[in-house]
Design a protein around this ligand. Structure first.
Ligand SMILES: [Zn+2]
Ligand SMILES: [Zn+2]
Length: 338
């Protein structure tokens, strides 16, 4: 089978390798669609500590069960499936506290390699985080389960009855999914980004106001009557944006720091703002099995329409064309078809 290998930043090779065989409780998925993601782009451009090189590549997928190992009872050959590439161990100190997203082993044994004809899924992923795909949902949107699970994660801790307005900083694929999710929850979303085409995508997916960063304070003033937004979602992973994020929220508001910055980045905050205005700053990493189920439900019940995120499709062999476009800032996500 054909399998993409990321040899080093900027260097992709298409290899011919044997089709994997599932061991007990594992399955092999014949990939129908694998989507590009911001993490993949980061790895391709500058390397990524969670994506070892040289190595297999791609983690957003949907497809059909090609072969199920012994002891797999809920899936059989020919079943159409959608899933994520990781699952918690359920045994470590974090899992015992219910903090499944930061499981000590969540990034071990994850199933990278969706950019290939076939993908082997380990037993714990099959057991917890693989689902049947209904025929009513296309393979392309079904492959959005993984990024949507990440999006859903911070909201499980928030009280939506306290949130009427939100600011999303950055309208890349992740920012756009946050906008769609917040809009679905009935929240007025302001979005800021430097690029016109991204602002246009943001308006299409449901942003109430889309603005360039230097006008954002004005737009917040107009929208909230000088109050400040209830919630800020930082999606750029830029130090400056992390620091500015606290300026836009009302007293008692929440800032979700969703975009990860490069390792070693430090930020500075005004202690008075944090203390006397009682702000909540929270990181967000990965997702729990419950988040995956929430995302699955939203996709399969069509509560949310994310089809506009997929800018086009390429055969797997043309994967470099997709990354070349993303590198130039063209398109949101691309579907790769083996
Ligand atoms: Zn992803
Ligand atoms: Zn664990």
């Amino acid at each position: 089978m054909q399998q993409v290998s990321l040899v080093e930043p900027g260097k992709i090779e298409l290899k011919d390798v044997p089709i994997p065989e599932p061991s007990e409780k594992e399955v092999v998925v014949k990939v129908n669609t694998a989507l590009t993601c911001g993490t993949d782009l980061k790895a391709y451009v500058r390397g990524h500590k969670l994506i070892p090189m040289p190595g297999t590549f791609g983690h957003e997928y949907s497809g059909t069960i090609a072969k199920a190992g012994k002891g797999v009872s809920n899936f059989k050959e020919g079943d159409r499936v959608m899933g994520v590439h990781s699952a918690p161990c359920m045994e470590c100190r974090y899992c015992k506290k219910g903090l499944y997203n930061i499981c000590e082993k969540i990034m071990e044994k994850k199933a990278l390699g969706a950019f290939a004809e076939y993908l082997l899924l380990p037993a714990h992923v099959v057991q917890l985080n693989l689902f049947h795909k209904p025929d009513s949902l296309g393979f392309e949107e079904a492959a959005l389960l993984e990024p949507l699970s990440c999006i859903v994660h911070p909201y499980s801790k928030l009280r939506f009855d306290e949130i009427e307005t939100a600011l999303v900083i950055g309208a890349g694929p992740i920012g756009l999914m946050h906008i769609a999710w917040l809009k679905m929850k009935g929240i007025k979303v302001i979005v800021s980004d430097f690029f016109d085409d991204r602002l246009l995508s943001a308006s299409k997916i449901g942003a109430y106001r889309a603005t360039v960063p230097h006008n954002v304070e004005e737009v917040i003033k107009e929208t909230t009557g000088n109050f400040g937004v209830d919630l800020v979602i930082e999606c750029t992973g830029q130090q400056g944006a992390w620091e500015k994020a606290v300026n836009y929220v009302r007293r008692g508001g929440t800032i979700v720091l969703f975009g990860g910055c490069p390792e070693g980045t430090n930020v500075t905050y005004d202690t008075h703002r944090l203390h006397y205005d009682e702000l909540t700053l929270t990181g967000s990493f990965h997702f729990t099995p419950e988040d995956v189920r929430t995302a699955y439900q939203a996709l399969t019940e069509k509560a949310i329409d994310l089809s506009s995120l997929i800018s086009g499709e390429f055969p797997l062999k043309d994967i470099e064309k997709a990354f070349a476009l993303l590198r130039e800032g063209k398109g949101i996500k691309y579907a790769l078809k083996p």
